[in-house]
Design a protein around this ligand. Sequence first.
Ligand SMILES: *Cc1c(COP(=O)(O)O)cnc(C)c1O
Length: 492
Amino acid sequence: MDQANNQIREETLDPNDWEALRQLGHQMIDDAVAHIRNVRDRPLWQEMPPAVREAFASPLPKDPAPAAELYQELQEILMPYPMGNIHPRFWMWFMGSGSLTGALAEFLAAVDGSNLGGGNNAAALMDRQVVGWLKTLMGFPADASGTPVSGGSMANIIGLTAARNAMAGGDVRANGVAQLEKPLRFYASDQVHSCHQKAVELLGLGNNALCRVPTGPDYRINLDALADCIARDRAAGFLPTCVIATAGTVNTGAIDDVNGLRTLCTREGLWLHVDGCIGALIAIAPQNHRLVDGIGEADSLALDPHKWLHVPFEAGCAIIRDASVHRGTFALHPEYLEEKTRGIAASEFLHDYNLQTSRGFRALKVWLTLREHGSEKFGRLIDQNIAQAAYLARRIEETPKLDLIVAPTVNIVCFRYDPGGMTEAALRDLNVEIMLRLQEAGIAAISDTTVSGKHCLRVAICNHRTTTGDLEMFLQQVIELGELVRVEKPVL
Ligand SMILES: *Cc1c(COP(=O)(O)O)cnc(C)c1O
């Protein structure tokens, strides 16, 4: 060996003391079990003291520190201050509540370390298998295509990109949208999730290309109004391209008439995309699956395993009926990414179905939770949450000073505390105050929204830990806080 070679340092990130790191790993597992097992006994959320906030302003570390000490630090500054969404009384926005198995799966996925850009490895086969299971659950044919993504927003982008490219005519990939003969138009209800606006902006269509069609009193898209919009746009020289059905809106959980939209899209020659981030998985719920009848007939579907399958963030999935359209939208084969007939690259590249090149091994957490519990249990848990929302709505209706604003279709309840004789503005202030105090006391987490001009508190029960007792305690607290705030702030 020559002199120069002898001088190459041989550092690595592996530990000097494997035994110490093994013990630390065991400690982490023990603590994780306690953390999740005892979640009900801790406040759902707590404000961080200033010293904790300051800890996150510490400068870039140049020198090493023992992993055990860092773990101790994390126990102090990180673990006591989570968002709270694994707690049984977290019902804000719409998100899953995680599981210990899901957390272990994240760990195993990282230990395996595979990059799901693709290739000839077990992780890639598992990725394909999990997409296949989700296709089956959603009623898509075996030759449909799909890809795991970070979440629903990304799954919608994948679906809408495929829709744009399939329907635009000409080669959008080569020429872009500026060269199209007719500007494209997408349609969705006025309850559509904001990620679709980002999607059409990103796709070069602009926000005005997404027509918000009015909804009826049930917050579902009005099919006649949609047909009118399409006819008017055609007459004005636009190319009606795609209808985005929402199966479970964020505000109220309303589910568009997917079968009606399928018929309309087929008649009019439009692509049907279903945003099923909230509701697609209702397809597996024995008592409620009819609510989402027809989602398996969509041209593309976005769903969100990190919501009602409760896998840890992030996990979304896009499904496209026509696999050739899916590949045709994303596949590229640069010289440094050629498939081979043998070895590590002897398989199709999964980045041909996705915007990402490198991709994490999200499929493992879905695989492990579905295998451990079986898909039927998730169906029952979805029914359970829907029944809990119906129970909560009933209790609100029979309780004086509580006003049910929207009867739940699924698991979302909109209501407000209304002692009578207050203006809309004062009611809003009072209800926001109740909501914030519930959060600050770490009792329960709900969010708020405005539907049909009425501000309301919004409870979205996507939580496998919630019990009837939790709902009763919550209502009791809302009423007590309502009284208390009025005494403290009589101007409200
Ligand atoms: C949650 C949600 C999204 C966005 O999904 P993310 O997983 O948060 O990216 C899109 N549409 C609907 C209807 C949703 O509920």
